[in-house]
Ligand binder design. Structure first.
Ligand SMILES: [Zn+2]
Length: 55
């Protein structure tokens, strides 16, 4: 069973299976959803907010 990964060009918003975009030849990116990262600036902001308000 071959693993097919759907890739997307962020420039053209086009989906492809190739590592480079057919239209603009830029690198395509995996469409897998990004996992929550503790480095997320919004997450950090919330933590600061929580501390400030004693939650
Ligand atoms: Zn493109």
């Amino acid at each position: 069973m071959s693993k097919i990964e759907i890739l997307k060009c962020n420039k053209c918003s086009k989906y492809t299976l190739k590592k480079t975009c057919d239209i603009c030849s830029s690198q395509t990116l995996s469409t897998k959803p990004a996992k929550y990262s503790p480095e997320d600036p919004y997450g950090r902001w919330r933590l600061k907010y929580k501390k400030k308000h004693g939650i």
